[in-house]
Design a protein around this ligand. Structure first.
Ligand code: AMP
Ligand code: MN
Ligand code: MN
Ligand code: MN
Length: 276
């Protein structure tokens, strides 16, 4: 059987629409053989996913996507093959979970001033106890016809510098990578091209990431073009980072991104799973 890895996706533990069990079942249907569930700042879906993976004969890799601030910019660092029962990790991410709740209240307050009432109650309900992210607010704005597309919700309200944007100081880069490494995991830069960094900022960022113990970078994501793969591969080679592949799947409602639907990893690079 050919191996198919997908090392980045979300469940209802954060802003995904499927439960951890449903994510595993869908991955199985899509021919994924090894899956990491990487919810935003939480490991709450891990136990359920691990159990479902056993039943569905999927090699489950415990994971997380940690919100990180470096030089006033927000980055997402994926932790793979972590011990989800590592007590230091569990207690450190609880600060990020509190930050998410506080931020959600502030976003709702800003929306209220823009004549969009009741957002906080709505996103709390939508998140069903999972981490609240801007994706929930985007859904709320869409469902209530304040915007016509998800992108418009970010362009008008939620994106950096927009009317309901709340700037948040997440974990430091050295903290994030340290927590992941101490939990036995491998730290990976998520979707490196989404930060829109200039070449010189990218060099500084990747040097800093290496310096604090980062080991991987996503070379293939759910919507990578050939040109994007080439650029990410260049970063991986320049900084001697291992290559990860992850769809960043959130929901079957997005037809552009599917679990396991990923371009093949180029052969001249070390896959991140060889480090596990
Ligand atoms: P947060 O971590 O709360 O800032 O929310 C980030 C989440 O919002 C991401 O994981 C995506 O699910 C979603 N998101 C962020 N930016 C965009 C965007 N420009 N368009 C669509 N979804 C986005
Ligand atoms: Mn998300
Ligand atoms: Mn992300
Ligand atoms: Mn993600």
């Amino acid at each position: 059987m050919t191996e198919k890895y997908d090392l980045h996706c979300h469940s209802t533990a954060s802003d995904g629409s499927l439960s951890p069990t449903e994510v595993i079942e869908r991955a199985q249907q899509q021919g994924v053989t090894s899956l990491a569930l990487t919810d935003h700042d939480t490991i709450n879906g891990q136990a359920e996913a691990a159990e479902a993976a056993r039943k569905n004969n999927i090699n489950f890799i415990p994971g997380i996507e940690i919100s990180t601030t470096w030089e006033n910019k927000c980055f997402h660092i994926v932790g793979l093959n972590i011990d989800p029962e590592n007590q230091a990790l569990v207690s450190n991410i609880s600060k990020l979970q509190e930050l998410r709740t506080e931020r959600a209240k502030k976003i709702a307050h800003k929306l209220e001033k823009r004549r969009v009432p009741n957002a906080y109650e709505a996103v709390v309900k939508m998140a069903k106890g999972g981490m609240i992210t801007r994706a929930h607010f985007a859904n709320f704005l869409l469902e209530n016809n304040y915007v016509t597309t998800n992108q418009q919700a970010f362009d008008r309200y939620l994106g950096k510098g927009k009317t309901a944007f709340v700037s948040t100081v997440w974990a430091d880069l050295d903290e994030t990578v340290g927590w992941i490494n101490q939990a036995g995991g491998t730290a990976v830069v998520a979707h490196p091209l989404r930060y829109k960094l200039t070449a010189s900022w990218m060099r500084r960022f990747l040097s800093a990431f290496k310096e604090v113990g980062g080991q991987g970078i996503e070379v293939i994501t759910g919507r990578s073009s050939a040109e994007e793969i080439r650029r990410s591969l260049t970063f991986a080679n320049q900084y001697q980072l291992s290559a990860s592949v992850g769809s960043d799947f959130h929901t079957p409602a997005n037809p552009w991104v599917e679990l396991g639907r990923l371009a093949p990893l180029p052969e001249n690079i070390q896959p991140v799973w060889e480090l596990f």
